[in-house]
Ligand binder design. Structure first.
Ligand code: 5AD
Ligand code: SF4
Length: 481
């Protein structure tokens, strides 16, 4: 967590520190002095609105960004009309990019009304040179653009923007090491994500992530464990270990350590109650990891295991490096050790060359594995990836038809699984007041399923035993026992 005392000790009159993170603490304080002047000048606090698209990695990055801005003096606000509006973007699918441009158009007018407004863009979409060029050319009112590798430099970039009054754009193609020890601010006091590695080396042929998030880099286990111990001291009971492909954790470390070994060490941390992780690639999911998951009591009964397609031929074209049979066999090995585990997945429909037979293979895997839930995606062509150049792009009408058939299948199975657990009594981590009904608290089971139950807001953050009284398709109603 952020150390306010450390900020107090920074001397802003002296020379700018050359090393990180000291340099950023220096600029945070500089920005803070500016923010205080602004607040006095306009007699109103500075506000920020951080909007996050995409995956858990982005959610984690946004927590870091929010922390830096909070210490500078920005207060969080709902709604888009803040003094600092930031979009942390995702570029996995093209329509996410379109969404951003739509929102920028709206903000252009807002900025005319609030001259103090700063607009910032960061995240995966900004790692694409064409997109940055488009922002520069067509959206010159955007004040700050940075990428996924230099988030930690936010304070310095903001200070540069404040001093110059000009747009500041800084995007790095590759990361320059991992900067530790920067502030973090959690959305929930009791749970948070912890980065264990960055980047991806897999190059699935449809995926833009390896191009925008760079090569795989693992954090030192000592740093990870120390961070988690600090979080637990600060009230955290659940951590989600984050990486694009956690199963290959440790391969870039001088002292090699497998993900399974890391998991065992995290499991030993006193006070920590739940461990989740995201995302696992089926090709790298080892026997050793299955054993660690089964033996570590704090590891949740949930595994997200992206399938992408059930057709071995399509999997080959996707460069996934497993077959339909290999995947099914892996699932049975996992279920042998952990019969109650919930499996969830990602599936892409309409990959180039996907035939009806290929699609039937996907449906077949869905029926055999019986996922608790699945994220389904219509294939989106990402320029620069090998799949974008493949022939036989599937016509839109065919893809839509397959997509709705797949969804129906998944939803049917999902509802059956949810129904089958009604009556069970299980631990639930109470997480937040229900948005629709303030008397209800929303929580999660170990398998990640959502449960709503009558409880007080003061019980948020506790793990309580709940009887599942009713299933509503994808979630439960429950009673604390
Ligand atoms: N089109 C559609 N879905 C994609 N994903 C990644 N790239 C694409 C793409 N080009 C999906 C995959 C991945 C999830 C995070 O996003 O299913 O697991
Ligand atoms: Fe993309 Fe494949 Fe890496 Fe996942 S494992 S981020 S799908 S390239």
């Amino acid at each position: 967590m952020f150390d306010l005392q450390r900020l107090e000790l920074v001397d802003t009159e002296g020379t700018v520190p050359a090393s990180e993170p000291e340099r950023q603490y220096y600029y945070m304080k500089k920005c803070r002095q500016w923010a205080e002047q602004e607040r006095t000048r306009t007699a109103r606090p500075l506000t920020m609105s951080i909007q996050t698209l995409g995956c858990q990695m982005n959610a984690k990055d946004s927590e870091k960004i929010t922390a830096v801005l909070a210490y500078i003096g920005y207060q969080e606000t709902e709604g888009p009309a803040a003094d600092f509006v930031l979009f942390n973007t995702c570029t996995v699918r093209e329509n996410a990019n379109m969404k951003i441009y739509g929102r920028l158009g709206y903000l252009k007018n807002q900025k005319k009304k609030n001259t103090r407004m700063k607009i910032a863009l960061c995240g995966c979409m900004m790692q694409e040179p064409d997109e940055v060029e488009r922002v520069r050319r067509s959206y010159p009112f955007v004040d700050l653009v940075f990428g996924t590798h230099n988030i930690y430099r936010l304070a310095e970039l903001l200070y540069l923007q404040i001093c110059s009054g000009q747009p500041v754009v800084e995007v790095w193609e590759e990361a320059e090491g991992i900067v530790e020890d920067l502030p973090g601010r959690r959305k929930y006091p009791f749970k948070t994500g912890v980065n264990i590695m960055f980047g991806c080396n897999n190059f699935c042929s449809y995926c833009i992530v390896p191009y925008v998030r760079g090569r795989e880099r693992s954090r030192e286990p000592g740093e990870i464990l120390e961070e988690i111990r600090g979080l637990v001291k600060d009230g955290v009971t659940e951590v989600m270990l984050l990486g694009q492909n956690v199963n290959s954790y440790g391969k870039t470390l001088a002292d090699k350590l497998s993900f399974a070994e890391l998991l065992r060490q995290v499991n030993e941390i006193p006070g920590l109650q739940r461990i989740r992780f995201m995302t696992s690639h089926p090709k790298d999911l080892s026997e050793e990891l299955i054993a660690a998951m089964a033996e570590c009591g704090k590891v949740c009964q949930h595994l997200h295991l992206p399938l992408q397609s059930g057709s071995t031929e399509i999997l080959r074209k996707m460069n996934r490096r497993y077959t339909k049979e290999g995947y099914l066999e892996l699932v049975s090995r996992i279920r042998e050790r952990m019969p109650d585990i919930s499996l969830t997945t990602d599936i892409i429909v309409g990959f180039p060359g996907e035939t009806e037979e290929d699609f039937q293979e996907t449906l077949d895997v869905v029926r055999r594995v019986r996922y608790d839930s699945a994220y389904t995606f219509i294939y989106s062509k990402r320029t620069g990836t090998p799949a974008a150049a493949m022939e036989d792009q599937v016509p839109e009408a065919v893809v839509k038809d397959r997509f709705s058939r797949l969804l129906k299948e998944i939803q049917g199975i999902s509802a059956e699984i949810t129904d089958s657990r009604v009556g069970q009594t299980l631990p639930v981590l109470l997480e937040e007041v229900n948005a629709q009904d303030e008397g209800l608290i929303t929580g999660r089971l170990s398998n990640n399923a959502v449960v709503h139950c009558r409880a007080g807001a003061d019980q948020i953050g506790q793990i309580l035993t709940v009887r599942l009284t009713e299933s509503r398709g994808f979630y439960y109603m429950g009673e604390i026992v």
